[in-house]
Design a protein around this ligand. Structure first.
Ligand SMILES: [Zn+2]
Ligand SMILES: [Zn+2]
Length: 249
């Protein structure tokens, strides 16, 4: 009871000190509705992507009836992944893109928690449909963790009520992927990750799902998938909160 009252007072104080408004309709966000958008706009704009997509890389497609469900790059075999499939909750655009940016750059854990709750059922369905044994989130390097204060994937998964094993280590920082070209991204992630020794016997022959917040070219998750395959994992899927629609050049 006391905690509830304290939280209520904290919300009231935050409302007065730093009022927030819905990014879509401009409505004043009161107390528990502090998540970048009001309940109504969040429900309308942050929902699973149901359109057609490339069966290999998940890129959204405008398909003519009878055409192959592959994007141009996959059709020309420019991409080769070590994982068997990818799914995602939504496209990296609109309100979901804003929410992820504010969550990560603004270090707004409350928004990350809201994202986790929002994707929970969709991701759980994916896990059971693909008979996934373990979920492995993309790790941060220790220096990146110090700067952000939290691993965004861990926070989202916890809020989504999905258990995971923190089984991969990021050994080096590497350059920021967002600033690099497709080719540079592939080179940049080479040798960055290693599977933690203590989980090897647990994951041998199992079906795993790598979890990340955004899928752009797939270089990071693919590099992790390669390491997991080397460690004896049977099948790997990828699930992300969002799929970027701006391909890296
Ligand atoms: Zn609104
Ligand atoms: Zn594709």
């Amino acid at each position: 009871m006391k905690d509830n009252l304290l939280n209520f007072l904290k919300d009231c104080l935050l409302d007065v000190l730093s009022p927030e408004y819905c990014a879509v309709c401009g409505k004043f966000l009161i107390g528990k509705h502090r998540k970048i958008a009001c309940e109504e706009c969040w429900k309308i704009h942050v929902k699973p992507f149901s359109g057609k997509r490339c069966i290999l890389c998940g890129y959204p497609l405008n398909l003519a009836p009878g055409s192959e469900p592959l994007c141009r790059d996959c059709l020309e075999k420019k991409k080769k992944f070590s994982f068997s499939g990818i799914s995602y909750f939504g496209l990296y655009s609109g309100l979901l893109e804003i929410a992820i940016k504010v969550f990560k750059i603004g270090k707004r854990r409350d928004i990350g928690e809201e994202i986790g709750k929002t994707i929970s059922i969709h991701f759980k369905n994916f896990i059971s449909r693909n008979r996934i044994d373990f979920v492995i989130p993309v790790p941060l390097h220790i220096d990146e963790l110090k700067i952000r204060g939290f691993n965004q994937c861990h926070l989202i998964l916890s809020a989504a009520d999905i258990s995971f094993i923190d089984g991969v280590e990021k050994k080096y920082k590497g350059k920021k992927q967002a600033l690099l070209s497709k080719e540079e991204r592939r080179e940049n992630v080479k040798g960055l990750f290693s599977v933690k020794r203590e989980i090897v016997s647990k994951i041998k022959g199992k079906r795993l799902c790598i979890f990340d917040d955004i899928f752009t070219t797939g270089s990071t998750v693919n590099e992790i998938a390669k390491e997991l395959i080397k460690a004896g994992v049977d099948t790997i899927y990828v699930y992300t909160v969002a799929r970027s629609i701006k391909e890296a050049k």
